[in-house]
Design a protein around this ligand. Structure first.
Ligand SMILES: NC(=O)c1ccc[n+]([C@@H]2O[C@H](COP(=O)([O-])OP(=O)(O)OC[C@H]3O[C@@H](n4cnc5c(N)ncnc54)[C@H](OP(=O)(O)O)[C@@H]3O)[C@@H](O)[C@H]2O)c1
Length: 231
């Protein structure tokens, strides 16, 4: 962080990049010209998925050069300039605990939602540290953790037949330089803006709001996002 490079010059890594959310962010960012590294617990799976994402991104890119490669989560954490965490909540702590060294000095963007399901639908899980983002910050003391991309549906992200997305990305974090960078990254998604939404201690509400969106989706059979007005 802090080397003064513009966001479009950064290599973006995605931990858990073989899943729907990681693939969706990767395809949109790659189509916008961002170099992307997809991470997995299995490097071979990451390479296969990266090749598929690259093909879809190239089709959507309209001539922009596309670069998507795969690797182990550890290799991606080490090689990327900025890293998005897109693993399930139940693998979040263990994944990051192993990667503190390669992630040191980097902006780490967490989009993980602490969500459970029961007979009444989706509900928010308690996180000891207050939020998933704060758990990441506790595990990664030498990284700058930012929360973002919680309110984007993977289905919408992956559906590149719709060239423009609709909605805003709420960005939370404690370091202005890092939140500015992630707001700029969010702005690389077609039709989207990054909107600063508070410090990391307020990540809990941003994470939990995703669960309200899941309820909206189930009731109305949609893939809802959010728009912040008057900004
Ligand atoms: N899906 C959405 O619409 C959406 C929207 C907003 C936020 N999110 C958040 O984004 C994250 C990823 O969502 P997703 O739907 O893409 O999830 P997912 O498909 O269940 O998981 C993503 C990837 O994480 C890896 N993984 C699975 N279990 C793991 C574990 N115990 N430890 C480490 N890695 C593990 C898997 O990759 P490998 O097996 O290749 O390692 C998997 O492909 C979640 O935390 C979710 O809350 C999702």
């Amino acid at each position: 962080m802090g080397d003064g490079r513009a966001v479009e010059e950064l290599v973006v890594g995605v931990l858990g990049g073989t899943g729907a959310q990681g693939r969706g962010l990767a395809v949109r960012l790659a189509a916008a010209g961002q170099r992307v590294l997809l991470g997995s617990r299995d490097a071979e799976r990451a390479s296969q998925v990266a090749a598929e994402v690259a093909v879809r991104a190239a089709a959507a890119a309209g001539g922009v050069e596309v670069s998507v490669q795969g690797g182990s989560n550890a290799d991606v954490a080490g090689a990327a300039d900025l890293v998005i965490v897109a693993v399930p909540f139940d693998g979040h702590g263990a994944t990051l605990a192993e990667l503190a060294t390669p992630l040191a000095g980097k902006v780490v963007v967490d989009c993980v939602v602490p969500m459970g399901f029961d007979e009444l639908g989706a509900y928010v899980l308690d996180v000891e540290e207050g939020s998933v983002c704060q758990q990441a910050a506790a595990l990664l003391p030498d990284s700058s953790v930012v929360g973002a991309f919680h309110h984007l549906s993977a289905v919408t992200l992956e559906d590149v037949s719709k060239p423009t997305l609709e909605g805003d990305v709420m960005v939370v974090g404690d370091v202005r330089e890092a939140t500015d960078l992630v707001q700029a990254l969010a702005g690389r998604l077609p039709g989207m803006r990054g909107v600063y939404a508070g410090r990391l201690r307020n990540a809990r509400q941003v994470e939990a709001l995703t669960i309200n969106l899941v309820s909206v989706n189930r009731r109305y059979k949609v893939h809802a996002g959010i728009r912040v007005t008057d900004v």
